[in-house]
Design a protein around this ligand. Structure first.
Ligand SMILES: Nc1ncnc2c1ncn2[C@@H]1O[C@H](COP(=O)(O)OP(=O)(O)O)[C@@H](O)[C@H]1O
Ligand SMILES: N[C@@H](CCOP(=O)(O)O)C(=O)O
Length: 326
């Protein structure tokens, strides 16, 4: 999270009167994250998270991901729940932005994910995919191939100021992905941003998933590829095959990956790399003046993209062709 939009104390106190979650004792902006403005609220009834949704969230999409959190929780997936205001609504407007309040989830996100964390997220991701099967709402992923093209258009002319040759690399990669992006793999509800800072643990035990504004309907194995990139690489940008095996093994125990999904993994991982490379690049080039935010490094994802471009088989991820961990 971050803080792009400030909220005045009297305005917030009035806003809270429209809910039954106690009176405001204190609040503070949360510097972590990059997408939305987030505040930790302390009220006479406990702790809550207030989110003001920013540029990449359309108000029409709020019922999808706020509804998804309730749907998943009913099926045993631990995630925060939106508070309803006195009119029964799970979101309204504050400081000119769409705003929602969710309950505070105990736990810490892992700064240095270990093998047990990778296994934990594999299990949780698969359970989320299974629990999402009967979610009735549908939201197309705005950040799939055509969305990547639009992001590239916003950054193409300045990409080489970040790294020489980056614009050509992105353009060539987008051509490949546009030509070969799979259309026949199993789809369903995906989280689409299940990075370590969105998964809480108590010790090695996963306690919950947060941050659903990118959730949508898309290729399930694409979500797997997003997590592979986010969880299984080391700080020196090498893939940790032990972590990848633990992640795939745990995922596959709940929802086995098909041969077609396995074969598509290198391509899906390239797509997952370019998606985060592009949002990071656009954000890197456009930090709003005065915002409390630390933009994320786009070059981390250039290295991951190059890694997957060189992959010749899923053995490079620690899997044998059958999906078993090699
Ligand atoms: N329900 C929650 N319970 C506890 N902490 C939370 C909760 N939601 C968010 N946070 C805190 O805010 C940080 C950023 O949240 P996140 O949802 O990733 O931001 P963004 O909306 O920018 O994607 C988290 O790493 C965590 O510290
Ligand atoms: N996970 C993304 C950034 C998305 O937002 P966050 O607010 O959860 O940090 C990335 O790493 O690029």
């Amino acid at each position: 999270m971050a803080v792009y939009t400030d909220v005045a104390a009297d305005e917030l106190a009035d806003f809270l009167k429209t809910y039954d979650i106690g009176e405001l004792l204190s609040y503070k902006g949360i510097a972590e994250g990059v997408e939305n403005s987030n505040f930790l609220l302390h009220t006479t009834k406990g702790y809550f998270i207030l989110t003001l949704y920013e540029k990449r969230v359309a108000v029409d999409d709020l019922p999808y991901f706020l509804g998804l959190m309730a749907h998943l929780a009913e099926r045993g997936v631990s995630c925060p729940q939106p508070a309803r205001n006195r009119d029964g609504a799970v979101y309204s407007t504050l400081s000119g932005r769409p705003a929602a309040i969710i309950n505070f989830l105990e736990g810490l996100w892992p700064r240095k994910p270990n093998v047990a964390h990778c296994a934990g997220v594999g299990t949780a991701l698969a359970r989320m995919h299974l629990a999402g099967r009967d979610f009735p709402l549908v939201r197309k992923n705005p950040l799939s191939v055509s969305g990547w093209m639009s992001l590239f258009a916003q950054a193409a002319d300045r990409a080489d100021t970040v790294q020489a040759g980056l614009s050509a690399l992105l353009s060539a990669e987008l051509d490949v992905l546009a030509r070969s992006w799979p259309t026949d793999l199993p789809e369903g509800v995906i989280h689409a941003d299940l990075f370590p800072d969105n998964v809480f643990f108590l010790g090695d035990q996963l306690s919950g998933l947060i941050d659903f504004p990118f959730s949508c309907n898309d290729i399930l194995a694409y979500d797997v590829a997003i997590c592979l990139n986010a969880w299984c690489f080391e700080a020196d940008h090498s893939l940790n095959v032990t972590k990848a095996r633990a992640f795939f093994h745990a995922y596959g125990r709940e929802r086995p990956l098909s041969q077609a999904e396995l074969a598509a993994l290198p391509l899906l991982a390239r797509g997952a790399a370019i998606r985060f490379l592009l949002t990071r690049l656009v954000d890197w080039l456009n930090v709003p003046a005065g915002a409390l935010v630390k933009p994320k490094d786009p070059l981390e994802y250039v290295r991951k993209l190059r890694f997957h471009q060189a992959v010749t088989s899923v053995r490079d991820y620690g899997l044998d062709g059958s999906g078993a961990t090699a």
